[in-house]
Design a protein around this ligand. Structure first.
Ligand SMILES: NC(=O)c1ccc[n+]([C@@H]2O[C@H](COP(=O)([O-])OP(=O)(O)OC[C@H]3O[C@@H](n4cnc5c(N)ncnc54)[C@H](O)[C@@H]3O)[C@@H](O)[C@H]2O)c1
Length: 197
């Protein structure tokens, strides 16, 4: 079992569909269903018992704790976010609530639960935080692509809120993402990017 957040959104729903098409491992899908979340994206899974949809907020530590206890996931994949740059300029509050505070509360709930695990389930557990290359700022047309060695230079409320959540996910940025350092549960951050082919 894995726990996916934001799995009714653009990327999260495609991940859930691909995941269940590729294998048999069930998914708990926690999504608040904001303007960006759409159950229609998951309609193909209506009769699929491997998909458990829960409407709720990643910042609801009680709910997250209950889901972790009930389903004992081997991984948490955090796609949930406010993700639209222009909306963040006009109304940054929800970006701070979900991307900064919500991610923090999610991490704390996972850490509390993971900290009580033993043996292989503790050692094998992973938290994947899905971030964005926007934390590195902007590129001019002729610039080479960002690498993970770039400085953080967020330049919108959206990217600043994602940068804040990245830094909460782990203290050490390496070529493979944020490194786990106690007392955070083992965490990797993916700063997703699109590249012209
Ligand atoms: N779409 C892109 O171009 C892009 C590029 C790079 C990185 N990312 C990152 O990938 C992730 C997914 O992006 P997306 O484009 O699918 O976003 P999206 O806006 O389409 O979907 C976000 C999902 O999160 C849910 N959500 C929002 N707040 C929530 C909360 N507090 N609790 C639970 N669920 C909540 C929404 O209902 C929605 O289903 C985000 O973290 C984003 O920063 C996106």
């Amino acid at each position: 079992m894995i726990l996916v957040t934001g799995g009714a959104g653009f990327i999260g729903s495609n991940f859930v569909l691909d995941w269940l098409a590729a294998g048999g491992e069930p998914v708990v899908n926690l999504d608040k269903l904001t303007y960006a979340g759409n159950r229609e994206n998951l309609r193909a899974l209506d009769a699929d018992a491997r998909h458990v949809f829960v409407q709720g907020d990643i910042g609801d530590a009680k709910l997250v704790g209950e889901l972790l206890e009930r389903h004992q996931p081997r991984a948490v994949l955090n796609f949930a976010a406010e993700s639209h740059v222009d909306r963040s300029i006009h109304a940054p509050g929800t970006f701070i609530e979900t991307n900064v505070v919500g991610t923090f509360r999610l991490l704390e709930a996972v850490r509390a639960w993971w900290g009580a695990l033993q043996g292989a389930s503790r050692d094998g557990f992973r938290f994947l935080h899905v971030s964005t290359d926007e934390v590195y700022g902007s590129l001019a047309p002729a610039d080479p692509a960002f690498t993970e060695q770039h400085r953080y230079e967020p330049n919108s409320p959206y990217s600043a809120s994602k940068a804040a959540s990245d830094h909460r996910c782990g203290p050490t940025t390496t070529p493979t993402g944020c490194r786990w350092s106690p007392p955070t549960a083992p965490t990797t951050t993916a700063r997703s990017t699109f590249r012209k082919s």
